[in-house]
Ligand binder design. Structure first.
Ligand code: SAH
Length: 268
């Protein structure tokens, strides 16, 4: 391992905190967090990570606060730039990876426009970690050659940006932020040619002790997973079936009551 890296004053570090279990942050991310002057974090970054930080460090929460107006992206950009201009080292901690639905690109653009130096420390995205913790390989030799990660936020059935023709062709489809639209998403994937029996898993609070996985098929997953809530990652495709044998973390997919008969040949 390289010698310890110290954050530079006046620099912003966009650090991916990983999916939940605090041990899943990178060594570099943890080292910068330990030494930074200011920590700017939001909801999905595990707050346990804050215990790594120096007692003198300043902690700024910029996530959603019930009953209070949320901090806007431009306010966050402003906080990052102004703390850096005070010659402080700033750790911007984000859930998963900052460049996967984390608005990291926007924050870098704003910092670049203000002339503030920044560094991106990659994190383990939930799009990778949730399937891994459910024993679902995203690719598999000769069986699954591609995976696609998409936001389910816009997949409400009406949005013209949704490219269903493309989405049905991913061997493994990983959907983040999709719980609200799970019913529509499943219907649309069937309508655009995915077999109704295609296996689907919903992984709730992946990597946390209370991780919960519900498996089903495209034609029944919305009903089966209706008790689950955000944050949850949806995985669609034949590889989900492997999770029944390969589940290792709390053996979630091993629960007999979750087992369903799969018939998942692609139609069309
Ligand atoms: N940048 C993050 C994603 C932010 S979008 C990353 O790379 O992981 C937020 C979405 O991520 C949630 O709606 C959910 O779909 C997913 N997610 C985040 N943490 C999760 C977790 N512990 N378990 C399952 N899904 C999670």
């Amino acid at each position: 391992m390289k010698s310890q890296s110290h954050p530079s004053p006046g620099t912003v570090y966009l650090i991916g905190a990983g999916p939940g279990d605090p041990d899943l942050i990178t060594v570099r991310g943890a080292e910068i967090l330990k030494a930074a002057d200011v920590i700017v974090y939001d909801r999905l970054a595990n707050p346990e990570l804050l215990s790594y930080t120096r007692t003198e460090s300043e902690h700024i929460y910029v996530g959603k606060r019930p009953g209070k107006p949320s901090v806007s992206q431009s306010q966050i950009n402003e906080i990052l730039a102004s703390k850096a201009r005070e010659e402080k080292s700033v750790a911007r901690l984000k859930g998963g990876d900052s460049f996967v639905f984390g608005r990291g690109g926007e924050e870098c653009e704003a910092l670049a426009a203000s002339g503030v130096p920044y560094e991106v420390v990659p994190g383990i995205s939930s799009s990778l970690a949730a399937p891994a913790y459910a024993g679902i390989p995203l690719t598999y030799r000769n069986e699954a050659r591609s995976f696609t990660v998409v936001t389910g936020h816009i997949l409400d059935g009406e949005n013209p940006c949704a490219n269903w023709e493309y989405l049905v062709h991913a061997d493994t489809l990983v959907i983040l932020m999709g719980m609200r639209n799970l019913g529509v998403i499943s219907e649309k994937l069937i309508q655009f040619g995915r077999h109704p029996g295609t296996p689907v898993a919903v992984i709730e609070r992946a990597t946390y002790e209370e991780q919960n996985v519900v498996a089903g098929r495209l034609d029944n997953i919305a009903d089966r997973a209706k008790e689950l809530s955000s944050p949850a990652t949806i995985v669609v495709g034949e590889m989900v079936e492997k999770g029944r044998e390969l589940a290792w973390f709390r053996k979630n997919l091993d629960q007999p009551e979750l087992q369903v008969e799969f018939n998942s040949k692609f139609v069309g």
